[in-house]
Design a protein. Structure first.
Length: 498
């Protein structure tokens, strides 16, 4: 199934669009939360202001009633003054008739006298009737009434007409024993209008902000990704045959510069690998051509002059060249496997035992081959016994080929490392060639016979095996002969598997 079919058709496919959409969605969520908070705060504050306005109006009306004056119908907020025993309102204004255009009063009259009496501190009454009979910090009772199909908060204050005196009560048109109640309606219309206006402004501002933020993010990401596009175009032009192209590193020093630097390093490694592969193929072809040429020439001569050919010698030469081809093919296959296979943990290996068994396999002769274990305890390492055996064998074979009289193998443990040294008393290696000898198909003594000089891969294979086991293989500086030093992590407190 095509992977593209499972992708949602509406989802953007470019980084620029995804970044812009993400920024817009994030901004929308944030602005929605801010708008919700502002809406509730403005609504609450507007309702508080409307209630405060109603409270001030209530105090002003109460002051007029204590003076025996009927309040004017002109008022910023609706109000109504009612009294017990009276069918119509004492006074009303501020649009109170809009709630009920009838002749009676809209809000109910008090059922009886007020709870307080003249001079009661709870009601703030004072002996001076000319003053406002309610304290400034007094919180009048509030209730909610259904008026004209809506529910409104209403503040009210009760006043005993007897406390005003007969003349003032008569001026107000109430009996001396009646109770006056002043209602003031706190209209939420202004608060709702303010809240609606602010909601509209916030919505338009939020939409404009989201669009501008998305556009700014889109173009900012587009500008930021220009170096990435240039890197992509140049990287696409790199081929295996010519990996020498390099991307331009921006001078900005940000993540794009780090990306360009990493890509250049990767291309350099690819270039080095391609160069090494070409050199390896050329060297392998050259090494394979030499025994094949010798084998073919000897066979062609034998076939051309069969009566004068020493067939046993010809067969011996063919067998020798065939063995050389076999050894070279095995080494090449081993290198190919090591280049493509990752190192595994393996098991515990007795490195001292591996070296001892290899030394014993060499036949006695003019060359003295000894091993020094450096102590009674064996040295254990982690890895593959076969690979360690191949590593040590390559080192010993190399030393045997170059030694004059003596080869010494030493195995010891040193600060958590297993150290194996192979020292011969041969001509040694020049200091300038201390690293070159570990390259593939490198022979320092080109004049010597290839038949006795190996394939030129032994030391390269030995170093690759050492690195696969987390160790190193180096040439230690010596005044006499050559000493190859192998260091790999040792394992303590365990025994190798039987």
């Amino acid at each position: 199934m095509n992977a593209g079919k499972g992708r949602r058709w509406w989802w953007p496919r470019s980084v620029r669009a995804v970044a812009a959409l993400t920024a817009a969605a994030t901004a929308a969520v944030i602005l929605l939360g801010i708008g919700w908070w502002v809406h509730h705060e403005v609504d609450r504050e507007s309702a508080r202001i409307a209630e405060e306005q109603a409270r001030k109006q209530l105090f002003a009306l109460t002051a007029q009633l204590t003076e025996g004056t009927v309040p004017s119908r002109t008022s910023a907020v609706p109000y109504e003054v009612v009294a017990t025993g009276r069918r119509t309102a004492v006074a009303s204004g501020g649009g109170m008739d809009d709630f009920d255009p009838g002749n009676g009063h809209v809000l109910p009259a008090p059922a009886g006298p007020p709870a307080g009496s003249w001079g009661d501190a709870e009601w703030g009454y004072t002996v001076r009737p000319l003053r406002i009979p309610v304290r400034r910090d007094y919180d009048p009772p509030a209730s909610r009434f259904d008026l004209a199909g809506g529910t409104y908060p209403v503040l009210y204050v009760d006043i005993a007409a007897g406390a005003l005196g007969r003349d003032k009560a008569a001026a107000l048109g109430v009996a001396p024993g009646a109770t006056l109640r002043t209602y003031v309606v706190a209209l939420p219309d202004t608060a709702r209008a303010i809240t609606g206006t602010i909601d509209g402004l916030l919505l338009r501002a939020a939409l404009a902000g989201v669009v501008l933020l998305a556009a700014a993010t889109y173009f900012a990401v587009r500008i930021a990704l220009r170096p990435v596009e240039a890197i992509r175009v140049l990287t696409a032009s790199v081929t295996a045959n010519d990996p020498r192209e390099r991307v331009t590193v921006p001078a900005s020093g940000h993540e794009i510069a780090a990306l360009a630097t990493t890509i250049n390093a990767t291309l350099q490694r690819l270039d080095n690998a391609a160069t090494q592969q070409r050199r390896f193929v050329a060297d392998a072809a050259h090494e394979l051509r030499s025994p094949l040429t010798t084998l073919l020439a000897s066979l062609e001569v034998a076939l051309a002059y069969p009566e004068r050919t020493d067939w046993p010698a010809t067969a011996t030469t063919a067998a020798r060249q065939t063995r050389r081809l076999q050894a070279l093919a095995e080494d090449l296959l081993l290198l190919a496997r090591m280049d493509t296979r990752t190192a595994a943990g393996g098991a515990v290996v007795d490195l001292t035992g591996v070296a001892g068994r290899l030394v014993e396999q060499y036949p006695p002769g003019e060359l003295e081959l000894t091993i020094d274990q450096g102590g009674a305890e064996p040295v254990y390492v982690l890895g593959h016994a076969g690979e360690y055996e191949r590593l040590v064998r390559n080192l010993v074979d190399n030393a045997v080929r170059h030694a004059a009289h003596r080869v010494q193998v030493t195995v010891r443990e040193e600060d958590g490392w297993a150290v194996l040294a192979v020292h011969d008393d041969g001509p040694g290696v020049p200091a300038e060639d201390a690293e070159r000898i570990f390259e593939r198909f490198v022979r320092l003594d080109d004049a010597r016979s290839r038949d006795h000089g190996g394939t030129g891969l032994g030391l390269a294979i030995a170093r690759d095996l050492a690195q696969r086991h987390g160790g190193t293989l180096t040439l230690a500086p010596r005044t006499l002969g050559a000493c190859f030093l192998l260091r790999v992590p040792s394992v303590e407190g365990v025994q190798p598997l039987a």
